[in-house]
Design a protein around this ligand. Structure first.
Ligand code: ADP
Ligand code: ZN
Length: 304
């Protein structure tokens, strides 16, 4: 897909701590890639525009942003970061602003949907149109793609906040400011650190805290299987990639939790059903490029 038939896109991965701007036609046709720190919305968006102002020839823009974001094109909040605890960022318009400035189609979605699309095009789920990408890092997020498109309705799903059944006897309160012991409040990096009293990267593989993490993540996979959507689940993020013992344990927890139900041949082969991310840190910016290319195909110009 990185031949000249693929349009030249300006992609922006908008992250909690840094942004990556990329001018590319695909992973093997990157013309420029620039990192800028994420600070206030005004400063960060001005810095992104200073990069894009220098670039010529791009026919679309794609933005893969930290969430939650407005993804309903008919909605007033489309293209915005909506309500976030990140200081100053709630209700920040991003996509309409870039669309007006550059006059090209703009694609906009979450960073995890971008990663799902990139893994499905060029990574660990290449060739599959129906894919879930799960990140277990500072937070837990899921990008769900079906038929090559994000699965959206009113908004994007927020499966990182489902409430897993707890392991017997576990009544730890969790760290989610909204739900306490939701999935993110039990199994994200900061949750693991809060429970263990030291960083997730310093925990031995046989530390009992992992049992709770594995049990909770197994239930996320159970839930994803039951949606009937993903043909493969790709798992990334600092906790998953750093703690290499996790993936086999999480696969096993999924199989145990499903209890023999919905055992399609794909699901019954967990080693190929649940796989590590193939693109690493490149999934975000390349996902933005795919979102931009999709907008170009659909001639999705922004309305003021
Ligand atoms: P973000 O989610 O902000 O993009 P990352 O995906 O890099 O960031 O995840 C950061 C989290 O990963 C931190 O909570 C950190 O403690 C955790 N982490 C980093 N390295 C490891 C490791 N080797 N083992 C377990 N957890 C790790
Ligand atoms: Zn929560």
């Amino acid at each position: 897909m990185q031949d000249s038939a693929f349009p030249l896109i300006a992609g922006v991965e908008l992250g909690g701590t840094k942004c990556i701007c990329i001018l590319a036609r695909g992973p093997d046709a990157v013309e420029e890639e620039i990192r800028i720190p994420t600070t206030t919305p005004a400063e960060t968006l001005a810095a992104i525009e200073a990069v894009l102002d220098r670039w010529t020839g791009f026919v679309g823009i794609g933005v893969a942003s930290f969430g939650p974001v407005g993804v309903d094109r008919a909605g007033a909040d489309w293209g915005q970061v909506t309500v976030t605890p990140k200081p100053g960022w709630s209700h920040t318009d991003i996509a309409r602003r870039l669309g007006r400035r550059y006059g090209v189609p703009v694609g906009f979605h979450t960073d995890v949907v971008g990663a799902a699309m990139a893994e499905a095009e060029w990574g660990a789920a290449a060739g599959l149109a129906d894919v879930a990408y799960v990140t277990v890092g500072t937070g837990i997020g899921v990008g769900l793609v079906a038929g090559g498109r994000p699965v959206d309705g009113l908004t994007h799903q927020e499966l990182g906040h489902i409430r897993p059944v707890r392991l017997g006897g576990d009544d730890w309160i969790g760290t989610c400011p909204f739900h306490g012991a939701c999935l993110e409040g039990l199994a994200s990096g900061p949750a693991i650190a809060a429970r263990a009293g030291r960083k997730a990267e310093d925990l031995a593989a046989d530390d009992l805290v992992w049992e709770n993490v594995v049990h909770a993540l197994g239930q996320l996979l159970h839930t994803l299987v039951l949606t009937g959507v993903p043909r493969r689940v790709v798992m990334g993020g600092g906790v998953m990639t750093g703690a290499s013992h996790l993936l086999p344990r999480v696969r096993e927890a999924m199989t145990k939790s499903l209890g023999g139900y919905s055992m399609l041949p794909e699901v019954a082969a967990p080693d190929t059903y649940v796989v590590p991310a193939g693109l690493g840190g490149r999934a975000g910016p390349l996902g933005a490029v795919l979102l931009g290319a999709q907008a170009v195909r659909e001639r999705a110009f922004t309305t003021p």
